[in-house]
Design a protein around this ligand. Structure first.
Ligand SMILES: [Zn+2]
Length: 71
């Protein structure tokens, strides 16, 4: 009976972790455009939501930067 409770708690924690990870990614597909580089760094645009950003390390952002005014 004790082992069943531990397994149940483990499953609940696993579900919470995977749900949070899925929410953080949001299917962003970043594409770099060296022609639009600026002093802020390498230019990236998201092919899914159209968000634009610059990163100093030359890597795409980890999270989606979808503009908040979109429905
Ligand atoms: Zn996006």
């Amino acid at each position: 009976m004790f082992i069943f409770l531990i397994v149940l708690i483990g499953v609940l924690v696993w579900m919470a972790v995977t749900f949070r990870a899925r929410k953080a990614v949001k299917n962003c597909r970043w594409r770099e455009n060296r022609g639009k580089d600026s002093g802020a760094g390498r230019y990236f645009i998201c092919m899914n939501c159209g968000a634009e950003t610059h990163t100093r390390d030359g890597k795409p952002p980890a999270a989606c930067l979808r503009p908040p005014e979109q429905p």
